[in-house]
Design a binder for this molecule. Structure first.
Ligand code: HEM
Length: 278
């Protein structure tokens, strides 16, 4: 017996299993569908923005400006990349209000990959029209595009599982930061301080520069609260000294300190509390 919709084959005797497998298959498809829907939506939105911008330029200036399409698609893609990059940091710094960004980081990243495909399509159009970008653009931004699709590939769990364990976090770290670097490089190419250029570049450059700072701040916060979570030793000299003093006091061996030493002990106590000790 075969399911007419998903062609999951079975035998006549295992009809129930077949229907169950078919239902599970459809459930799995339902669960998977949104990411493809969002990617298609991001692709279409980037395409519509590029066509719209180029059409306006064509009507107003009577020339086809593919460069404008590139600028628009790059900015749109950046607005998808940015929350994927900082979602986790914003959550650990400012709380669960940003949790949706953190939990949907993969979807946002895949939408970014879909949107940047339109950008790459425009680059191909530029090359076909006989105006290829300089070689260095291919080297620097081609690498960023490679990083984008490497991350997209590795976002598939089965592909990731085929790799040695622990290799995914460093790859993700390097690739995400290289893509961010490519954005910073391009957004810092301010040509003039005319209002239009300031609007076109400054907010995007500011967001791009803020992104690694937010991550660093989130890392520092975690390092202070839970050192072991970021690979730092849990014990601190203050904490060990404090422990020694307290156990000395408890066992009557002394070590509680004289009256003159009490302010120092107080400082130790406060610092060990800051490091999350008991
Ligand atoms: C993930 C990969 C990429 C990122 C993050 C990226 C980023 C950007 C950004 C931010 C802009 C806007 C620059 C501006 O407004 O002045 C831009 C434009 C442009 N990009 Fe990309 N790009 C990528 C891939 C590529 C590739 C692979 C090429 C070609 C080899 C390319 C060629 C161009 C060109 C020619 C422009 C127009 C520059 C201008 O008109 O001044 N990009 N890109």
């Amino acid at each position: 017996m075969a399911c007419p919709r998903c062609a999951i084959a079975g035998t006549a005797g295992s009809f129930r299993e077949t229907m169950r497998a078919s239902a599970l298959g459809h459930v799995a498809m339902e669960a998977r569908r949104p990411v493809w829907v969002w990617m298609a939506a991001a692709f279409c939105a980037a395409l519509a923005l590029a066509i719209g911008a180029m059409a306006v330029a064509l009507i107003a200036l009577h020339e086809l400006r593919i460069g404008l399409g590139l600028e628009v698609t790059a900015r749109f893609a950046f607005l998808l990349f940015w929350p994927a990059y900082v979602g986790g940091a914003l959550t650990s710094l400012f709380g669960d209000a940003f949790l949706p960004l953190k939990t949907n980081a993969r979807e946002l990243g895949l939408c970014f990959a879909a949107a940047i495909a339109v950008h790459l399509g425009l680059v191909a159009t530029l090359c076909l029209a006989g105006h290829p970008p300089p070689l260095m653009t291919f080297v620097i931004f081609g690498t960023a595009a490679g990083c984008t699709y490497l991350l997209a590939l590795l976002s598939v769990r089965r592909v990731r599982e085929a790799l040695p364990t622990n290799i995914w976090p460093p790859i993700r770290f390097v690739a995400m930061n290289y893509i961010l670097y490519a954005f910073i490089l391009d957004f810092s190419r301010f040509q003039t301080y005319r209002l239009i250029d300031v609007i076109k570049y400054l907010p995007f450059l500011a967001l791009a520069i803020c992104a690694p700072m937010l991550r660093l701040a989130a890392w520092a916060k975690t390092a202070l609260r839970m050192p072991s979570k970021v690979g730092l030793p849990r014990r601190t000299p203050y904490r060990d000294e404090w422990r020694g003093r307290v156990s000395g006091l408890q066992s009557g061996r002394g070590g509680g300190g004289s009256r003159a030493e009490r302010p120092r002990l107080g400082r130790l106590w406060r610092s060990q509390r800051r490091f999350g000790g008991r």
